[in-house]
Write a protein of this length. Structure first.
Length: 361
């Protein structure tokens, strides 16, 4: 069988796209003579993602409510109640007769009570327990957050003269190159040791008070007096002497002391977590170059075909400029926008684009 030769314009389109290399030949599969083929650029699709990143965890804080005290007065006995004896002397009268002028009698002499000063220890402030707050301990950690995933990109080679972009270099064959992921370093503070509290005991306070106490009660001592005789006027007792007991009340002293009316307590306060809003651009659909697509050959891109394309774009709401059969920059820009809006391969007059426009091919 005789081998068919590729037409000259097909080979020119292939070499203009830079497909031919010394290592491998990349030709359209099942190519037919008289037809032109090209690879079209499909851009990457990205999505902007906004997320909340935790930079500081929620914690708890202990607040100590101090104990409440008040000063009160207390009566302290400094001298106990006692008694004392008071002597009421006898009543006498004088008579004339020989009589005993002074009968035998006795005399009661009071013996006072014996007191001594003693010291007593009294409590003026009760023992209490105080809660001391031990604060939480934090540490700063650094974390790597991915802001752009690893991807690939194409490196341009030779351009195509039929490119629809204003810059012919946009329609080239690309070599796939790996682009590493991008990271951002985020520093945040995390709790290492939670807050706590410990008890501290404050001992009671005492005061030494001096007071007088009776160690020996009061008594009386009896003294005998012998009788005296004389014939004279005499004084006789008409009323014997007597004693009476007088009550001496105890003595008190007002002492001020501090007493606890409400013990100390603690309460837990919630400290909310802290977040940071981060916006990342995420690749959701990688672009690149499409498979080989059949395109209009250069000899078929005539004035009539260009006018049909311009009118079809205009009918669909795009601005190709004047319908003047010139594939100018506005016509190319409108055609590229139409391809983007309809998810078509970008950069060539492929048959899918012409079919979507309703233009014959």
């Amino acid at each position: 069988m005789k081998k068919l030769r590729q037409p000259k314009f097909l080979l020119v389109a292939m070499f203009a796209l830079g497909v031919y290399t010394t290592q491998a030949q990349d030709y359209p599969p099942n190519a037919e003579p008289g037809k032109c083929y090209a690879k079209c650029l499909i851009p990457d699709e990205y999505e902007t993602i906004t997320e909340e990143v935790l930079i500081k965890q929620a914690t708890q804080r202990l607040e100590i409510m101090p104990a409440q005290f008040e000063t009160v007065e207390d009566q302290v006995e400094i001298k106990p109640a006692a008694t004392r004896l008071e002597v009421i002397p006898a009543v006498y009268e004088t008579v004339e007769e020989r009589v005993v002028v002074k009968p035998a009698s006795y005399r009661l002499e009071p013996v006072p009570a014996v007191y001594e000063d003693v010291e007593e220890k009294i409590e003026i402030k009760s023992e209490e327990v105080k809660l001391v707050e031990v604060p939480a301990q934090y540490e700063t950690v650094t974390e790597q957050i991915e802001i752009a995933p690893a991807s690939t990109k194409w490196v341009k080679r030779k351009g195509d003269k039929n490119c629809l972009s204003q810059n012919p270099d946009d329609c080239m064959v690309w070599c796939l190159v790996e682009v590493p992921a991008q990271y951002e370093t985020v520093t945040k503070t995390v709790m290492k040791t939670p807050p706590s509290s410990k008890e501290v005991r404050i001992p009671a306070e005492y005061k030494t008070v001096k007071k007088t106490v009776m160690v020996k009660a009061p008594t009386t001592k009896r003294t005998e007096i012998p009788a005296e005789y004389k014939t004279i006027k005499k004084t006789v007792m008409v009323k014997a002497p007597e004693t009476r007991v007088i009550e001496i009340p105890a003595e008190f002293k007002a002492v001020k002391k501090t007493v606890m009316t409400k013990p100390a307590e603690t309460r837990v306060v919630e400290v909310p977590a802290e977040f940071k809003t981060m916006t990342n651009r995420k690749l959701i659909k990688p672009g690149g170059y499409s498979e080989w697509k059949e395109v209009l050959c250069q000899n078929k891109i005539n004035e009539v075909k260009i006018k049909e394309i311009q009118q079809a774009l205009k009918n669909r709401g795009y601005d190709p400029g004047p319908v003047d059969d010139i594939m100018g920059s506005k016509t190319k820009a409108a055609l590229v926008q139409f391809q983007k809006d309809n998810s078509l391969p970008i950069g060539q007059l492929d048959f899918e684009t012409l079919k979507a426009l309703g233009v014959s091919y």
